[in-house]
Design a protein around this ligand. Structure first.
Ligand SMILES: [Zn+2]
Length: 184
């Protein structure tokens, strides 16, 4: 089963690409690694926290794909948020913090595969516009941290002890999730 990464997710939207479950997880691993290194502001960190939860073992098989409009954009911060995500894509292509996956996982990122996936992702982000921002998506998502007693994740932005500097998401560190599910 594959995952679709789209811009708006509307049925007439021709902007999308598809990846297998493993490929989807690996592309996002690279983005979360680079993004954890680059995120400075709260809004930047939130973007990476959001991406961190897009994992097969959290979302389910075939559910990792998403539409760019679903990301936690804000209207007034949109241009800098978009510039940040595009910086993350470029940094991920340069393998920034790929080594933070640790010896058990680092080998799963094959640059000849991951870099083209990141390029496809970057092209979708390029097409995102402020007109498409729906802040309700963001508000709805943020409300879950309170409901699940995980407010500290978006208040203190803790990072993983094992995978130094990797931002934790609602369900923890995605690299730890990957390791645990694989019996590591
Ligand atoms: Zn970890």
């Amino acid at each position: 089963m594959s995952n679709t990464f789209g811009l708006t997710g509307k049925s007439d939207d021709k902007e999308y690409f598809r990846l297998s479950n493993a490929a989807s997880d690996e592309m996002i691993h690279a983005l979360v690694a680079a993004g954890s290194a680059l995120a400075e502001t709260e809004r930047e960190k939130l973007m990476i926290v959001w991406l961190g939860d897009q994992h097969t073992y959290i979302c389910g098989i075939g559910n990792v794909g998403f539409d760019i409009v679903e990301m936690p954009w804000t209207k007034d911060g949109f241009e800098s948020e978009k510039a940040f995500i595009l910086r993350c894509v470029e940094a991920a292509k340069n393998k920034l913090w790929w080594d933070r996956l640790g010896p058990e996982l680092e080998g799963i990122l094959k640059e000849e595969l991951v870099i083209p996936w990141l390029e496809s992702f970057g092209k979708l982000v390029e097409k995102m516009t402020v007109e498409l921002v729906d802040e309700e998506e963001r508000t709805e998502w943020l409300s879950w941290f309170g409901k699940l007693g995980k407010e500290n994740i978006i208040r203190e932005y803790p990072t993983c002890e094992k995978h130094k500097g990797i931002l934790l998401s609602m369900y923890g560190c995605r690299f730890c999730v990957e390791l645990n599910e694989n019996g590591g």
